[in-house]
Write a protein that binds this ligand. Structure first.
Ligand code: F6P
Length: 362
């Protein structure tokens, strides 16, 4: 009999609960036990934070957003921010404690559901501590190279597209330029997919540094066709040619990545100054991470969960499940975390965007 512990780490994504559901159902049907570790590794640092997961406990969670286990971006056991008695935060390596509890609880496998950061931690546990780990890829950004798609992405794109649909009528009524900032970190997938589907005039992605002149040219050109408004979609990681990416801050303690945000407002101000058009900007933000997963994301998440249990059965550890066409495959975690998946600048989606008159900022 196997005893699995499952954790969800990093930013949440719609579909996490569907993965948990599938893991519990597929494991229990094999006669195994499943525990959930709350907030990433919290349950593996304190057994009080472990929950026994049974089919009854997960019965109705598939359509729900978020994660019943909770998640964190600041829970790397190799560099954990811990407050000392004087109230100072110190970074400490508590990975040995994680291993002690993992062994004491008799776990035979850890299914780590997460994005690049969480999968990197999982891989370190496999290589440096010998933990039997299986990864499940998760991110709304769709920036994991080793899998064709991640769950959460389709829901995020649907939310962004719906927002763009709604903005058309208000932009048109006021002859305004609406600039919408979407998530995606250093990849432009959410901006590109939602921008094309939502009828954007301009799409700005990190892979194509943009030129304000070209953007304003497109907005002014709209007037020639009796269109007095425009929709501009900006990925949070997009940057103007010869400029740096705009950050909200240097990041948080215990977290390596910087917090992005602000490019939408910057672009809106430039457009307003350069065209004289009434311009507004909005940030879709965490709306893109919320809500019920789309059918596509639920199905993908359920398949990832079941596939992870199959890998546990085969004891194919230090691997991640991945979508490969219509099938699932196992990819070494080392390969999965190597690179971020960027939008190829010559891909069909960009070609399509340009052919239907969308300005890509260059
Ligand atoms: O990686 C997912 C993501 O939503 C990014 O698109 C975004 O930059 C980041 O997480 C936001 O993180 P937080 O929830 O910490 O603000």
């Amino acid at each position: 009999m196997k005893k699995i512990v499952i954790s969800t780490g990093g930013g949440d994504a719609p579909g996490l609960n569907a993965v948990i559901y599938a893991v519990v159902k597929a494991a229990v049907s094999r006669g195994w036990e499943v525990f959930g570790s709350k907030c990433g590794y919290k349950g593996l640092l304190d057994p009080d934070e472990l929950v026994r997961l049974t089919p009854e406990k997960v019965e109705d969670i598939t359509p729900t957003g978020g994660t019943i286990l909770g998640s964190t971006n600041k829970g790397n056991p190799f560099a954990m921010p811990i407050e000392n008695l004087a109230g100072e935060v110190q970074i400490r390596d508590v990975s040995d404690r994680v291993m002690k509890i993992f062994t004491r609880m008799g776990f035979t496998c850890h299914i780590a559901v997460g994005g690049d950061g969480s999968l990197e931690i999982a891989h370190r546990f496999a290589v440096e501590k010998g933990m039997p780990v299986i990864g499940v890829p998760k991110t709304i950004d769709n920036d994991l190279e080793a899998t064709q798609l991640t769950f959460g992405f389709d829901t995020a794109v649907s939310t962004a597209t719906e927002a763009l649909d709604k903005l058309h009528s208000t932009a048109k009524s006021h002859d305004r330029v609406m600039v919408v900032e979407v998530m995606g970190r250093d990849s432009g997938w959410i901006a590109l997919n939602s921008g094309i589907s939502g009828g954007a005039d301009v799409i700005l992605i990190p892979e194509i540094p943009f030129d304000m002149e070209k953007i304003c040219e497109k907005i002014n050109d709209n007037e020639l066709y009796d269109k007095h408004y425009a929709i501009v979609v900006v990925a949070e990681g997009a940057k103007a040619r010869d400029h740096e990416v705009i950050h909200k801050g240097e990041g948080e303690i215990g977290r390596s990545e910087k917090i992005l945000g602000g490019i939408g407002l910057w672009v809106a101000r430039q457009i307003s100054e350069m065209t004289g058009k009434d311009t507004r900007s909005l940030v879709l933000g965490h709306l893109q991470r919320g809500g019920s997963p789309t059918t596509f994301d639920r199905l993908l998440a359920l398949r990832f969960g079941a596939s992870a249990v199959r890998l546990a059965e085969a004891e194919q550890f230090d691997h991640m499940v991945a979508l490969d066409g219509i099938d699932m495959k196992a990819v070494p975690l080392a390969d999965a975390i190597k690179e971020r998946k960027k939008v190829p600048v010559d891909c069909d989606k960009i070609l399509t965007a340009r052919e239907i008159g969308i300005c890509m900022g260059n």
